[in-house]
Design a protein around this ligand. Sequence first.
Ligand code: ST9
Ligand code: ZN
Ligand code: ZN
Length: 337
Amino acid sequence: TVKTRSTIAKKIEKDAPEAQYLAVNPDEITRLQEESKNIPYKMEIVWRNVALFAALHFGAAIGLYQFFFEAKWQTVVFTFLLYVFGGFGITAGAHRLWSHKSYKATTPMRVFLMLLNNIALQNDVIEWARDHRCHHKWTDTDADPHNTTRGFFFAHMGWLLVRKHPQVKEQGAKLDMSDLENDPVLAFQRRHYFPLVILSCFVLPTIIPVYFWGETAFIAFYTAATFRYCFTLHATWCINSAAHYFGWKPYDHSVSPVENVFTTIAAVGEGGHNFHHTFPQDYRTSEYSLKYNWTRVLIDVAATLGLVYDRKTVADEVISRQVFKHGSEEHREKSMM
Ligand code: ST9
Ligand code: ZN
Ligand code: ZN
């Protein structure tokens, strides 16, 4: 395991120096694993979050029913589009651009992605990216906010219902976040986060259907806002849970992330998670074809419009060598869709 990880770390350093902070440090992983044996983690439930998420799921159940049986067709289409575009704010924005620096974007594109990101309401980008960099660098240790060794539910959403492990804060504080803190677009988002997300996630999704096609406010609020928000959260959380549990490991059999086609579809292109943990600097995040990777389609279209540039990819031979050396036995003969 340690050998595979240091090989990957060296490769990242060579391919993408800007993404170097993502290189897994095998010595640190071993140290963290040793330390965690001695300090048991006492989970402290945050009841405010339990109550908020319970209310959200109750509202989402109402919205789910209305989505199928009561909403106007325009509201159904609008709800779907909000899910996809809010999702892009996470996948193309918080994830591939800001957490991983896997491509560069002009200011108008960064503003666009920040606005989409607010629709998804998943903490501001700087906080999201700090947790995500912790997850890549110290995967499945106490410094990983959604450490899968604590079980499926913890990795999925349990981690948002309890206080974080002290190691997350201690290790996370060592990460260099200055690249994001110095981005004025993200500074703006952080400064105005609360009004931005209330407006983008709840108020506008309710007002637009009422104003433009005469939907009732009751239905618009529960479908386009509440149900759509809850659904997007689960699609995202599935990358931390299902995409670390159920699937295959063609690129590195020693780590928990897997390739999972269902989560790829739900998360608009993010379920090639064994690939992504192996090559976090690659803007494609998987070898899935474009029909499974809508986020890549968005980034490529933006590139042809000149809004995006410097898309990083890992060379095919490097990928094949990785599969041959470190993939699970049955996948050394690579066959991808
Ligand atoms: C949400 C995020 O859902 C989901 C992220 C998923 C990521 C998935 C990634 C997969 C790949 C991409 C796929 C995308 C697919 C998208 C598909 C779309 C269709 N390092 O937080 P506090 C410090 S959010 C360093 O209160 P507690 C912190 O700065 C949902 N430091 O910790 C602070 O210090 P100071 C909506 C850190 O008290 C101090 O610690 N949001 C780090 O333990 C205390 O911070 C919510 O529900 C770090 N990593 O509470 C909010 N972390 O005081 C949920 C923290 O000096 N969050 N610090 O500023 C909370 O309520 C709390 O954070 C808590 C922990 C209760 C969970
Ligand atoms: Zn990532
Ligand atoms: Zn992961």
